[in-house]
Design a protein around this ligand. Structure first.
Ligand SMILES: *[C@@H]1O[C@H](CO)[C@@H](O)[C@H](O)[C@H]1NC(C)=O
Ligand SMILES: *[C@@H]1O[C@H](CO)[C@@H](O)[C@H](O)[C@H]1NC(C)=O
Ligand SMILES: *[C@@H]1O[C@H](CO)[C@@H](O)[C@H](O)[C@H]1NC(C)=O
Ligand SMILES: *[C@@H]1O[C@H](CO)[C@@H](O)[C@H](O)[C@H]1NC(C)=O
Ligand SMILES: *[C@@H]1O[C@H](CO)[C@@H](O)[C@H](O)[C@H]1NC(C)=O
Ligand SMILES: *[C@@H]1O[C@H](CO)[C@@H](O)[C@H](O)[C@H]1NC(C)=O
Ligand SMILES: *[C@@H]1O[C@H](CO)[C@@H](O)[C@H](O)[C@H]1NC(C)=O
Ligand SMILES: *[C@@H]1O[C@H](CO)[C@@H](O)[C@H](O)[C@H]1NC(C)=O
Ligand SMILES: *[C@@H]1O[C@H](CO)[C@@H](O)[C@H](O)[C@H]1NC(C)=O
Ligand SMILES: *[C@@H]1O[C@H](CO)[C@@H](O)[C@H](O)[C@H]1NC(C)=O
Length: 529
């Protein structure tokens, strides 16, 4: 934590030193792409249009009318937010730094070779609506369903991703020292999921030890909800293929218990903590041996490299709730408050947006969206990550902990409830001046083939899943919430303050970085840049 100051200064100096540096130190360009396109020809031609099946002429399933090879379209609308550099980060205009042509699938066909159906469709011709799979409360799963969920996670951790690889070298060395050896690596299905999250939040690399940190393609903006929805949906589909059960659904954890204990943190579910080392998970669980990937952000920044998917130690969780911190999870009143916000998001579409459903749900604002002068506010989604501490509280490695799935399934359930209540138009999602990656027509980084935020800003049943959940409050319920909370505001403020102080103390002890810590750094960047 204390090294952060000098880091900021170094980057400031880099900015001042001028454009030459940007040109001589382009960003690393590690990325995820279909294995079949990660070849010398693929990278040189910037074309990823594989043949479907064995006939090489059947590019993108052209011969069966499934699709054709087309130029990739990218949004040219201006973005806002703290990232003000241009042509420095390879995730700008995603994915055109790597590929400028890909399969465009017709009808409801989908996938990088048009060999699959779009989400929500099924059948040999992808013309049958898939009856939505049902995401249930993890506590309501039958023993067999729970077993299936835990088993498939373990299997995904050990099974190489069938279609995608990650690159392991800087863009300039992407084809190896003599330009003939593509530097890509296989990765397991679960680690691929963790890697995608890391890649979307990682820093821009301006040179050795000179990261630019005020950039995030999946948090602190409207894409928070769409990005995490697509991320989970893609993993869910990979898990369906792995189990052969196309009705498999990821469960959710209703974290809005207001409790100081985590009721899924038991060895039967998503792991209790280790009595001998309070920063580790229990060693009695199937997840105890899981290695984390992509955790060494500072090292990647120092070496101007990116995560290569190797194991870097074990999952960590802080001493949570109860004894040491007295921190408590969000409440159902918090959930109802954010559901009552009418606007999806508001300018500047960032962490200081007020009366923004997205910002309240993400947790940078109070649940009711009223401006919070204290920039350390930490609610709903963010609060859960901070509460768990450890791996979960570091945004670049949070997805390593399988509890991430059930947290984000519930966060998405709240978003889905809001969608059904509000029936928003597309234009409620900003198409310009959101931070980079967060405009409506931006292709979400690092998904491939490209998919925009807008395509995912639809009700979940259109994407082939639904939630077994009841979140909407009756009018009476809302009145009750308001009435009862008036008296509790003062007390609530005191509790929040106490929680924050205790939490910050705990952070210092464990030197864990909460999700919102990066935000503090960003503000400094922005103020001084
Ligand atoms: C796509 O990239 C290739 C290879 O760099 C280049 O020759 C071609 O002009 C590009 N096409 C477009 C439409 O940018
Ligand atoms: C590709 O397919 C789209 C429809 O999916 C069509 O509009 C377009 O003309 C096709 N392009 C080529 C080059 O065939
Ligand atoms: C995955 O691999 C680890 C060791 O690498 C092993 O302990 C575990 O049992 C394996 N799980 C499965 C489902 O194969
Ligand atoms: C490329 O370099 C590798 C060693 O790094 C060598 O084995 C290979 O023969 C080289 N290929 C060409 C075409 O020079
Ligand atoms: C990944 O694994 C597949 C088969 O399991 C193999 O054919 C391929 O060469 C591997 N790719 C890389 C980049 O290691
Ligand atoms: C697991 O933890 C227990 C106590 O918490 C300890 O006695 C045991 O040796 C540990 N087992 C392993 C394999 O680390
Ligand atoms: C992968 O990354 C780790 C950590 O940055 C590094 O120690 C290791 O040497 C790398 N492995 C390869 C094969 O490059
Ligand atoms: C946590 O709360 C309990 C009961 O309110 C109290 O007894 C205990 O001292 C608190 N712990 C800390 C560390 O503040
Ligand atoms: C929001 O934060 C950004 C970046 O820190 C700042 O430039 C902007 O003025 C703030 N806007 C409001 C309305 O507070
Ligand atoms: C809204 O977005 C969806 C998903 O991309 C699209 O199908 C629909 O046509 C859009 N509606 C309007 C009015 O632009």
């Amino acid at each position: 934590m204390d090294r952060r100051g000098p880091e900021v200064l170094k980057t400031m100096r880099a900015l001042v030193l001028g454009l030459v540096c940007y040109v001589t130190w382009p960003d690393s360009t590690e990325a995820q792409f279909p294995r079949v396109c990660s070849t010398v020809e693929g990278i040189v031609s910037k074309q990823c249009c594989p043949a479907l099946g064995s006939d090489p002429a059947n590019v993108c399933g052209l011969l069966s009318g499934r699709g054709n090879c087309s130029d990739i379209r990218v949004s040219t609308k201006p973005w806002g937010g703290p990232y003000k550099l241009r042509n420095v980060d390879d995730r700008e205009r995603w994915p055109t730094k790597f590929f400028n042509q890909t399969c465009r699938c017709s009808g409801n066909f989908g996938g990088f070779d048009c060999g699959q159906c779009k989400f929500g469709w099924t059948g040999p011709n992808c013309d049958v609506h898939k009856s939505p799979v049902v995401r249930k409360n993890i506590h309501s799963l039958t023993p067999a369903e729970l077993q299936e969920f835990l088993d498939v996670l373990d299997l995904a951790k050990n099974t190489t991703h069938p279609d995608y690889v990650i690159a392991t070298q800087h863009w300039l060395a992407l084809l190896g020292p003599n330009g003939t050896q593509p530097q890509f690596s296989n990765i397991s299905i679960y680690d691929f999921f963790a890697w995608q999250h890391y890649y979307s939040v990682r820093d821009t690399l301006l040179g050795p030890g000179r990261p630019f940190k005020a950039i995030d393609f999946s948090h602190k903006g409207p894409a928070f909800v769409t990005w995490h929805r697509y991320h989970l949906l893609s993993l869910e589909r990979d898990l369906q293929r792995l189990t052969g059960n196309e009705n498999f659904a990821v469960p959710y954890w209703n974290f809005a218990t207001g409790q100081t204990e985590c009721d899924v943190c038991t060895d039967d579910l998503l792991v209790g903590h280790n009595p001998d080392d309070s920063s580790l998970i229990s060693n009695q669980s199937r997840f105890s041996h899981w290695g984390v990937v992509c955790d060494s952000l500072d090292e990647y920044n120092r070496l101007v490299t990116l995560c290569n998917g190797t194991s870097e130690g074990r999952i960590r969780r802080g001493q949570m709730g109860g004894a040491r911190t007295n921190m408590s999870l969000p409440t159902m009143n918090d959930v109802r408050s954010c559901l009552n916000l009418r606007d999806f998001d508001n300018a500047p579409y960032y962490t200081n947006s007020t009366f923004s459903f997205r910002n309240a749900l993400e947790g940078y604002d109070k649940p009711d969206g009223e401006a919070e002068l204290d920039s350390t506010v930490n609610n709903l989604h963010n609060l859960v990550h901070s509460f768990l501490s450890g791996t979960s509280a570091r945004s670049h490695s949070a997805a390593n902990d399988p509890i991430f799935l059930v947290i984000h399934a519930f966060t998405d359930a709240i978003f889905d409830e809001w969608m059904r209540k509000s029936v928003p138009t597309n234009s409620s999602f900003p198409d310009e001046m959101a931070p980079i990656g967060h405009n409506r027509h931006y292709n979400m980084v690092p998904f491939f083939p490209p998919v925009t935020n807008e395509e995912i800003y639809v009700a979940s049943d259109q994407l082939g899943y639904s939630y077994a959940i009841e979140l909407d409050a009756t009018d009476g319920g809302i009145v009750f919430v308001l009435g009862s909370s008036l008296g509790g505001v003062f007390l609530g403020g005191l509790v929040l303050l106490l929680v924050l102080v205790l939490y910050l103390q705990q952070c210092r002890k464990h030197s864990f970085e909460p999700l919102i810590k990066a935000e503090f750094t960003n503000k400094k960047y922005t103020e001084e840049a």
